[in-house]
Design a protein around this ligand. Structure first.
Ligand SMILES: [Zn+2]
Length: 173
C-alpha cells in the first residue's frame, strides 16, 4: 500500500475555540470532526501524521498584523483536545505562515518520502495555502479535501482553493 502523509495545520485553541484570541469562526469549528476522522484513518493505517503549530514569542512582529495569538506555552497555542498528537507523532512549531519557514518540515518529509501529502486545517488562504505552496515547490503530490479546511473569510477560502488547484496542482476534493 502506498504511504501518504497527513499535515494538520494550526488546529489550535486560539483559532478554533470561540474564546480563542484569533477565532476563525464556525467554519473552522465545523471541520474538526472531519479532521478527527482523517487522523484516525492515518493512524489505523500506520501512515505519517505531522502537526503544524503556530507558535510565537510574546513580542513577535506578526502581532503588528494580527492580534496576539498562539504565544508559546499558552492555552491558545495548544492543539485542540480532539486532535491531541499521539506518542511518536511529529509536531512542528512555526512562527510564520508557511510550515517550511525556519522549520525541519522539509527534512521530515524527505525522510518519509510520501506518495501524496494531504493537507487539512486553517486558514485555507493563509497557512494552508503557503504550506501547500512549499509542497508544490518540492514537487509533492498534494490533496486538499474541501471539508478539511476553513477560513474566516469565505471569499478568500474559495479563492485559495482555486489557486492551490490551478497554480500548485493540488487535488481539491
Ligand atoms: Zn501566527
Amino acid at each position: 500500500m502506498s504511504k501518504n502523509a497527513l499535515i494538520i495545520v494550526d488546529m489550535l485553541n486560539d483559532f478554533i475555540r470561540p474564546e480563542g484570541a484569533l477565532y476563525c469562526g464556525p467554519a473552522a469549528e465545523a471541520i474538526v470532526p472531519f479532521i478527527a476522522e482523517r487522523l484516525e484513518h492515518y493512524r489505523n493505517s500506520s501512515q505519517a501524521v505531522i502537526f503544524l503549530k503556530d507558535s510565537h514569542q510574546p513580542n513577535d512582529l506578526e502581532f503588528d498584523k494580527f492580534p496576539r495569538h498562539c504565544v508559546a506555552g499558552t492555552w491558545g497555542g495548544r492543539i485542540i483536545d480532539e486532535l491531541t498528537p499521539g506518542p511518536g507523532e511529529t509536531v512542528i512549531a512555526k512562527n510564520r505562515y508557511s510550515g517550511f519557514f525556519n522549520t525541519n518540515l522539509a527534512k521530515v518529509l524527505r525522510r518519509l518520502s510520501p506518495e501524496l501529502v494531504e493537507v487539512v486545517g486553517v486558514c485555507t488562504s493563509i497557512c494552508v495555502m503557503d504550506t501547500v505552496g512549499g509542497l508544490a515547490n518540492r514537487d509533492y503530490r498534494i490533496l486538499v479535501p474541501r471539508r478539511g479546511v476553513a477560513d474566516f473569510d469565505r471569499q478568500f477560502h474559495e479563492f485559495a482553493l482555486k489557486r492551490m488547484q490551478q497554480l500548485y496542482g493540488a487535488k481539491i476534493q
